[in-house]
Design a binder for this molecule. Structure first.
Ligand SMILES: Nc1nc2c(ncn2[C@@H]2O[C@H](COP(=O)(O)OP(=O)(O)OP(=O)(O)O)[C@@H](O)[C@H]2O)c(=O)[nH]1
Length: 186
């Protein structure tokens, strides 16, 4: 038996897009209708992916807006980022690029392993962001993309499979362990 590999995953995005609901659905298989703004919560989950065990810390963060300063501990020392928007909020979709740029500002790299998540896919009538727009953005940011509903438990597991696909891409190609993000001094 090989030792589980430790991975740190940060979940980021605008306020109220359903970051906590996504993580709680995944880790505890529960859904709550009420809204409690998050400051920070760290969840631990063992994930088996392609025959390998991963011991994952999933960091659920406070919602971001264009003026908030990304906490360095949510950008540095992280293996992969789950960037969440709501399909019913154009603003939250626009925020993905902003948050992504803030991460790159810290890491000084050209890209980081990312999954872009269109949450609340059950809100068909209120949809403001099309699937194609989500896919196009993901292509630009060289990220994976998926639409999910924490409420209906649709595609939630897929988010974390895609996350490991992204963080382990290099390991599969080179056999090298992925490095968590580092701070770049400009
Ligand atoms: N229709 C629908 N509503 C959802 C879904 N996921 C979450 N919500 C609702 O959206 C609201 C916000 O959800 P949260 O999970 O607290 O959002 P958050 O992104 O963690 O919010 P912050 O902590 O402020 O950043 C709550 O009222 C949830 O019940 C979903 O898949 N579908």
């Amino acid at each position: 038996m090989t030792e589980p590999r430790r991975r740190k995953i940060a979940v980021l995005g605008s306020r109220s897009v359903g970051k906590s609901s996504l993580v709680v659905r995944y880790v505890e298989d529960a859904f709550v209708d009420s809204y409690y703004p998050t400051i920070e919560n760290i969840f631990n989950k063992k994930i088996r992916y392609k025959g390998q065990d991963f011991d994952c810390d999933i960091i659920d963060t406070a919602g971001q807006d264009e003026y908030s300063i990304l906490n360095s501990k949510h950008a540095i020392g992280i293996h992969g980022y789950v960037l969440v928007y709501s399909i019913a909020s154009r603003n939250s979709f626009d925020m993905i690029q902003t948050v992504y740029d803030k991460i790159l500002n810290y890491t000084g790299t050209e890209s980081v392993p990312c999954v872009i998540v269109g949450q609340k896919s059950d809100l068909h009538v209120q949809r403001q962001v099309s699937e194609d727009e989500g896919k196009d953005l993901a292509q630009q940011l060289k990220s994976a993309w998926v639409e999910v509903s924490a409420r209906h438990n649709a595609n939630v597991v897929k988010v974390f499979e895609l996350m490991l696909q992204e963080t382990e891409r290099e390991t599969q190609e080179t056999g090298k362990e992925p490095e968590p993000s580092k701070c770049c001094v400009m």
